[in-house]
Design a protein around this ligand. Structure first.
Ligand code: FAD
Length: 556
């Protein structure tokens, strides 16, 4: 019997085991989703260009590939089935790695069955851990994980999961103990770089002819949002490109990744982040690859936690290979050995991938469908227009939204402590914020935005954190250089010109006192709430109301 391997647009890896046993391959480029909402032009270009490159690569490797461009999966299957019927034989048998989106596997199985075929769903190899691994760790629970009111029936702690996965995979382990003796070096990963520090250059993957063609078609065919020029588009769209991006991160970005991981620097959207999420989420990189590569780099170039200070060295530590040399294999004349990798950098990176990424994927699986609409604080304001047009005097917000508009990317702390923190204390609807992230980011998929935005960022449910990631302007001030150049005064909470984060933050705590006072680690915050007198609260309320009004009118 012939078996066709059907791969989705986020499963673009030619080395998958699921391809080995298949007779041929089906790829359906379905466009309908992008007609319904204004996605970032770079996101659509990235996904469709990567699919088309993948088609060509599979054919070069000798696979028989059917590539259908159509509106919906249903129509794509009609076309595929008609072609099969014309060639005679029984209804096709398809095999698909279980999609990451909630309910998609069953929906697609239904579409195939309606047309007289069969669809076998197999584990998704593009995650390191399986649903069975999760169940073994988390146990089985009865009933929905998240209730109608958003409150979680059971909660999970990422740190425990992370340690479990370290033990199971042996990553950065030494005879049953964590390398270096500690599981987590996050306390070393909260520094800001000194003035004048230059992060490594962003690896630039010049769009080729196929990407240019795809982009021109995207801009003509869809209503898009954000930067619609290709000038700033530098994402890898092939597996080779993704591997080069990984090598480049490991040699240049990794040494400073830990120390400056939480920092925000004006005019520097990328800092020392890996920029690998778009490639990992498309399947171009298997998540094991970056983790193992970082582990290897630590074995070869490792030094003690905190044992390398990037501020004392040039842009990329020792390495100075120039962008022009990148991609054609030529060595830069100036190129020197890459900088050392302190343990806090290696551990910090590994934690993001096997800790956070795998963790949110399983929480999503277990907590859907309730997770998507969870809103335990009952927040329902429309997202302020500044999220769409970037037009605000708040320096931190305009930088972060600007990065999303320009690149379809903002790094983790901008996402968490600016973009979702502001929406949280402002009182925005978590589902609308989730949609905004989903449309605007090149690495966004429902399985990854929903836990990050609805649970972590908006505290719509407490399933993955016991307290909200809410803060006043002082956090932004500590972790960035924005406040010094901002017309709003971070030192003031009330009155015209005070930092909008401050009054919103206190007002948010007061408004949500019933829900939050008793929750984990909020005691200190509520002792400050209790310390404010009535007159102070009146001014806070007044300023918060004014800020909300200005934000809603697009005048903040
Ligand atoms: P790095 O800082 O270099 O981190 C390395 C890798 O760790 C990332 O590539 C990613 O694969 C993984 N990672 C780290 N944290 C997370 C996390 N919380 N969840 C999943 N993976 C993680 N990540 C996405 O991939 N897509 C999203 O749409 C997305 N939306 C987010 C929205 C909010 C509100 C928040 C708080 C986080 C979101 N994240 C998302 C997680 C994280 O911010 C991004 O993975 C990261 O910023 C991607 O950039 P990078 O590759 O340079 O990451």
């Amino acid at each position: 019997d012939r078996t066709t391997c059907w791969l989705l647009g986020d499963q673009l890896n030619p080395d998958l085991d699921v391809l080995d046993a298949a007779d041929d391959v089906l790829l359906i480029e379905a466009h309908g989703f992008a007609d319904r909402k204004p996605y970032h032009a770079h996101k659509l270009t990235l996904v469709f260009s990567a699919m088309r490159h993948f088609r060509d690569e599979l054919r070069e490797r000798g696979h028989d590939v059917t590539y259908v461009r159509t509106e919906s999966f249903g129509e794509g299957l009609d076309e595929f089935f008609a072609e099969r019927d014309a060639n005679g034989g029984d209804g096709p048998r398809l095999r698909l790695m279980r999609p990451a989106s909630h309910g998609a596997g069953e929906r697609l199985r239904g579409l195939v069955a309606e047309r007289g075929g069969t669809l076998d769903l197999v584990d998704n190899e593009l995650f390191w851990t399986t649903p069975a691994d999760w169940r073994e760790w988390a146990g089985d629970g009865d009933g929905p994980l998240v209730g109608d009111d958003g409150a979680a029936e059971r909660t999970f702690r990422q740190e425990n999961w992370y340690r479990h996965v370290r033990r199971e995979t042996g990553v950065l382990m030494d005879d049953g103990d964590p390398v270096g003796g500690e599981w987590n070096y996050d306390d070393l990963n909260q520094e800001t770089p000194p003035d004048g520090w230059e992060p490594p250059a962003r690896p630039a993957f010049e769009p080729d002819e196929l990407t240019r063609e795809t982009h021109a078609w995207v801009c003509e065919r869809f209503d898009t949002w954000g930067n619609d020029s290709l000038d700033e588009f530098a994402w890898p769209v092939t597996r080779d490109g993704a591997r080069e991006a990984l090598d480049r991160f490991v040699s240049d970005g990794l040494p400073a990744f830990g120390r400056y991981q939480d920092a925000m620097v004006g005019g520097e959207p990328f800092c020392s982040h890996s920029l690998l999420s778009p490639a990992i989420n498309l399947g171009l990189l298997d998540p094991r690859e970056p983790v193992r590569a970082v582990e290897r780099a630590y074995a070869e170039r490792g030094v003690d936690p905190g044992g390398y200070d990037p501020a004392e060295h040039g842009a990329s530590g020792g390495a100075t290979a120039s962008l022009d040399d990148f991609g054609d294999g030529a060595e830069s004349a100036e190129s020197t050995e890459p900088a050392p990798v302190p343990l806090n950098a290696a551990e910090g990176f590994v934690r993001q991938v096997i800790g956070w990424r795998e963790f949110v994927r399983h929480v999503y699986r277990e907590a859907m469908p309730e997770l998507a609409d969870a809103n335990q604080l009952g927040q329902d304001r429309d997202l302020p227009p500044a999220y769409w047009d970037g037009d605000t005097d708040m320096r931190c917000l305009s930088e972060a939204v600007g990065h999303v508009r320009e690149y379809g990317y903002a790094h983790h702390i901008e996402r968490l402590m600016v973009l979702s923190n502001f929406a949280l204390v402002y009182g925005a609807d978590p589902a609308e914020l989730n949609e905004w992230f989903h449309l605007g980011f090149v690495d966004a998929y429902h399985w990854v935005t929903t836990p990050n935005v609805v649970a972590m960022g908006s505290f719509g449910t407490d399933v993955l954190s016991s307290k909200p990631y809410a803060s006043s302007g002082s956090y932004v001030n500590r972790m960035s250089d924005h406040c010094a150049d901002c017309p709003y005064a971070v030192s003031r909470t009330t009155g015209e010109g005070a930092c909008p984060f401050n009054a919103l933050y206190w007002d948010f705590l007061k408004e949500n006192e019933d829900a939050l006072r008793g929750t984990g680690r909020m005691g200190l915050m509520y002792s400050h709430v209790d310390g404010k007198d009535d007159a102070e609260w009146e001014s806070i309320r007044e300023r918060a109301a004014r800020v909300r009004e200005l934000a809603a009118d697009g005048e903040l």
